[in-house]
Design a protein around this ligand. Sequence first.
Ligand code: FES
Ligand code: FES
Length: 219
Amino acid sequence: MKEKEGNKKGKQLSSVSRREFIKGLGAGALGTAALSGGIIALKEAEAHPAEESLEEGIKIPLRLKINGIRYKVEVEPRYTLVDVIRDQLQLTGTKKACDRGECGACTVLLDGKPVYSCMTLAITAAGRDIMTIEGLASGEELHPIQQAFLENDAFQCGFCTSGQIMAVNGLLKQNLNPSREEARNALAGNICRCGTYTRILEATLDASQRLRKGGGNRG
Ligand code: FES
Ligand code: FES
């Protein structure tokens, strides 16, 4: 596996509310954020030197494994995963919309489970398997979930689509044959402002069928 040096410029975040939020969490424990069907992001953080230093402006080295590739970045402990993924590593397939855990546009998989990356501190993802939309296709070949979205016209503007697809991926990793109701519940944390919900649901069930025929969820 190759190791990349991440862009160290790093975005200077200045949200007072986020800083207060992080301080409110304390240095050792990170809360939980529910996403579609109760799946979640934050948990007790691993012991990490960064947690001793929540001062703005102080950066610490961090290793992230995304789509099987290991990256080294430098982050402030308050940086969210979505900002590191997009701004430092240029993996811009993951979208940031509400930036407060309401829309699901920023959904990625963390150890196979969908999380809102805007509500996940980058330091809590150290040593864990992160998957973004860029990790799904195999070269020019779309992943069956992507193909199902395409063939079911499950998007309009497409801004929510990568988050929707990653949420579907998380669902089908846990349940390869969801009922319509189970699929609907699993996707409840992902908003589509274009209102393409019916087609997204059809695409989800179609993807489930494709994956079962193909022998499982490889992505
Ligand atoms: S951008 Fe993360 S939930 Fe909306
Ligand atoms: S396709 Fe436009 S927001 Fe979902």
